[in-house]
Ligand binder design. Structure first.
Ligand code: SF4
Length: 312
């Protein structure tokens, strides 16, 4: 008879997740130290929420008392489209082309948790997708889904790094995955070499203050530092340079998740259209889109900076 762990993995597969691993909850002492060192260097820039309770990030039982196991899932989001080379347009990061992944993953994880409860009525769980203070890439690596590359993203052998991660913290003991995927970056430095601002300051360490993704998504300042504006390389929202050059992304495969298909104008967005958006039109156009994170003012700041960078 199949164990609960096997049933969970089968159900996860049926729900469309591409990879699933299960690990025991443990404190991430070494990772907490790395996080504290990273914060001490101010590599988190203005992301002050990163400073809050680093001990909680390293100890899932503080986030969900009674947590015994973590179920980690990965969902491939690659779709075979390319950016337009057009000076009136700005490139959007691949992760934001379709519907907001938070909604898609949460919906599937809710179904997975309901299934677990139907199998064991004592089950209680907490769903995490990106916003909860949990070290998702660390847990994904521990669960055998892949390894954390020198660009700091999780890389899977079969889908590259184009995967979204989600977790369920569960109060039950399960059978655990113990096989890890070893680091396959080897002597490659393609991502470090390609980053136009040198944001990967050393292998596995990203200085957010230099990162185009951070600047165009997380930074709330009304203008970019010159070094960012000068190096936008056509990016309006996010940046995929370090992932685009990664040799492991030659294993990309189109996702079957239809909600990740690009929305009209979301692969390469028209800058004048962005600059002309009213708050109402913006809310309508980006409803249920991950691109809402910058808010209208941030997106228009990005479009203005991109136009300025092209005039030089
Ligand atoms: S580009 Fe090379 S060094 Fe960077 S994450 Fe990919 S394999 Fe690792």
């Amino acid at each position: 008879m199949a164990s609960l762990s096997e049933k969970i993995k089968q159900k996860s597969f049926e729900l469309g997740f591409h990879k699933t691993g299960i690990v025991r909850v443990e404190s991430l002492t070494e990772e907490e130290n790395h996080l504290r060192e990273w914060l001490a260097e101010n590599y988190h820039g203005e992301m002050q929420w990163m400073e809050r309770e680093p001990e909680k990030r390293a100890a899932p039982e503080l986030l969900f008392p009674g947590a015994r196991s973590i179920i980690v899932v990965a969902l491939n989001y690659f779709t075979p489209f390319e950016h337009e080379e057009n000076s009136s347009k700005g490139k959007v990061s691949r992760y934001a082309w379709g519907d907001d992944y938070h909604d898609v993953l949460k919906e599937k994880l809710r179904e997975l948790l309901a299934f677990i409860k139907s199998e064991n009525e004592a089950a209680e769980g907490k769903i995490c997708v990106d916003t909860a203070p949990i070290m998702d890439k660390v847990w994904a690596a521990r669960a055998g889904l892949g390894w954390i590359g020198k660009h700091s993203n999780l890389i899977t052998k079969d889908y590259g790094s184009w995967v979204f991660l989600g977790e369920i913290l569960l109060n039950l003991e399960l059978e655990y995955d113990t096989d890890k995927v070893s680091d396959h970056c080897g002597s490659c430095t393609a991502c470090l070499d390609a980053c136009p601002t040198g944001a990967i300051v050393e292998p596995y360490i990203v200085d957010s203050r230099k990162c185009l993704s951070y600047a165009t998504i997380e930074l709330r300042a009304p203008e970019f530092p010159d070094e960012i504006t000068e190096n936008l390389n056509g990016w309006l929202y996010g940046c995929d340079i370090c992932q685009d050059v990664c040799p492991w992304n030659r294993f990309e495969k189109p996702t079957m998740e239809e909600r990740f298909a690009p929305r009209t104008g979301n692969v390469s967005a028209d800058l004048d259209e962005i600059l002309a958006l009213s708050p109402e039109k913006y809310a309508e156009k980006f409803r249920r889109s991950a691109m809402k994170r910058t808010k209208l003012a941030g997106l228009q700041r990005n479009a203005t900076a991109l136009k300025k960078s092209r005039k030089k």
